[in-house]
Design a protein around this ligand. Sequence first.
Ligand SMILES: Cc1cc2nc3c(=O)[nH]c(=O)nc-3n(C[C@H](O)[C@H](O)[C@H](O)COP(=O)(O)O)c2cc1C
Length: 144
Amino acid sequence: MPKLAVVYLSTQGNTKMMAEGIAEGASSRSVDVEVKSFYDWNPEDVALADGIAIGSSTFNYSMHPPIKKFIDKLVELDIKGKVGAAFGSYGWSGEAPVMIADIMRKEGVQVIDPVLRIQYKPTEKDMAECIRLGKDIAEKIKKL
Ligand SMILES: Cc1cc2nc3c(=O)[nH]c(=O)nc-3n(C[C@H](O)[C@H](O)[C@H](O)COP(=O)(O)O)c2cc1C
């Protein structure tokens, strides 16, 4: 079965909810999904997946430094040609998912447009969007 790695950094659980919605959507389309905080992932294992979804909330107009470090390690590995997605909860500016998508694109990852940004805690409607994105990622992975 194709595999999707969902990696996130979330301080209050908002981006985590998004990650879980994405995982739910992808699982419903016969993709093997693992969803964990970046803290519990090894970049080597993420690089083995067919699809990589990375999420971070926005802090001080950027992504959080620890997930930036994680992504720096990930891009030292070969992730070219994989399917990617970037997402994150934000308050007022929401730069983090855009930055993540830019980095992945530079590495030759096929990043799904647009990035998914949700303001603060996802509503039920927002969660439906996350589930939808998970399904879209799964369909794209299956076409690789
Ligand atoms: C100290 C601090 C700085 C923040 N800076 C930004 C910011 O620059 N831009 C923005 O859009 N949101 C900012 N936020 C809002 C968070 O991104 C928002 O609360 C988000 O829902 C947190 O999601 P999480 O629970 O996944 O970490 C900030 C929040 C805090 C507490």
